[in-house]
Design a protein around this ligand. Structure first.
Ligand SMILES: O=C[C@H](O)[C@H](O)[C@H](O)COP(=O)(O)O
Length: 232
């Protein structure tokens, strides 16, 4: 089975957890894309939900699918967010932001009673850090912020190389919020909670891709089938 088939399989299981009247956070990325497409089919079949998209890309997809949308200003509390992840560990700590949507994803997940992660089974790791940690920063003072972030990494015994994420033609990638992303190749993050706290304390850091205490369940699809963790 292809990786994309596995993502769709995980998304299909998550759609089963959606019930009439739910206020949903709609994730971003290739796995969440399957979820939004499958949810759209259900909505066209009569399911009544409202969604808050976590990116402009997901907003456009959800609108095309006919999914009614709301905002966190109109609807500050959500029942369930379904989103992909770049990595997750056994305690449902995540790295997210490979697609650059981490800030809105984290705000939406934090506003949700439940968050279900959907992914192919290859995303599960023993120790977070194989995937480069995205750190979203304000463009103002980029070099000073980069130095301060490198210092935090050094004090946590981690590699300090930070790569400014680029888009087409070597231009800096710009998030939906107008920020840049520094990707940190860390290898293994032994103390994600401490690192998360230290990173948000750096002026200029808007958010980082460590999602801790947000996911309440996970659906992972592998060649042997679907495995669920936590509460679905
Ligand atoms: O910024 C992007 C998000 O955090 C995605 O949910 C994450 O990168 C996983 O994406 P995918 O499902 O495409 O692997």
């Amino acid at each position: 089975m292809s990786g994309d088939d596995l993502k769709r399989m995980a998304a299909a299981r998550a759609v089963e957890a959606v019930t009439d009247g739910m206020r949903l956070g709609l994730g971003t990325g290739s796995t969440a894309h399957h979820f939004v497409a499958l949810l759209g089919e259900k909505v066209r079949g009569g399911l009544k939900v409202t969604g808050v998209p976590t990116s402009e890309a997901t907003r456009a997809q959800a609108l095309a699918e006919g999914i009614p949308l709301t905002t966190l200003d109109e609807t500050p509390g959500l029942d369930l967010t379904v989103d992909g992840a770049d990595e997750l560990d056994a305690t449902l700590r995540l790295i997210k932001g490979g697609g650059g949507a981490l800030l809105r994803e984290k705000i939406v997940a934090a506003a949700s009673t439940r968050m279900i992660v959907i992914a192919d089974a290859s995303k599960k790791v023993e120790t977070l850090g194989r995937f480069a940690l995205p750190i979203e920063v304000n463009p103002f003072g980029l070099e000073a912020t980069r130095r301060a972030v490198a210092h935090v990494l050094e004090t946590h015994g981690l590699p300090t190389t930070l790569r400014l994420r680029t888009a087409a033609k070597d231009k800096a990638f710009v998030t939906d919020g107008g920020h840049f992303i520094l990707d940190a190749e860390l290898g293994a993050i032994d103390a994600p909670e401490a690192l998360a706290e230290a990173l948000v304390a750096v002026p200029g850091v808007v958010e980082h891709g460590l999602f801790i205490g947000l996911a309440t369940g996970a659906i992972l699809a592998g060649d042997d089938g679907v495995v669920e963790y936590g509460t679905i």
